[in-house]
Write a protein that binds this ligand. Sequence first.
Ligand code: AMP
Ligand code: ZN
Length: 114
Amino acid sequence: MPDCIFCRIAGGEMPTDLLFEDDQLVAFKDINPQAPVHFLVVPKKHIPDLPALTAADASLLPAVQRVIVKLTRQLGIDGDGFRVVVNTGAHGGQTVSHLHFHVLGGRALGWPPG
Ligand code: AMP
Ligand code: ZN
């Protein structure tokens, strides 16, 4: 596995603003927030991107959904709404090659994205 910043965060080797952790996932605040609330939900397993998910990861997406619901409620953005983004590949703007779900809220977000 390449030296991976999100593996280091998931392994507790790098400090972060942690919001959630269980055996499968971590969630932490994005270091460069694009909205008043901007956190990342990240599998502990090194999965490079969305297409790389396999049947062995079947429990992951429901777990991500549960964490998103829990944290958006906890952070008070469930009422007004929020956006979940998975940037994928060069055109998708993915800069960290370890699957992660952006969750953004706390303001009205424009569409389409740039
Ligand atoms: P993407 O461009 O979709 O791959 O998203 C990568 C995200 O990771 C960006 O929003 C970065 O701000 C964020 N990021 C990079 N390093 C860290 C870090 N050490 N802690 C928290 N967020 C980070
Ligand atoms: Zn990784």
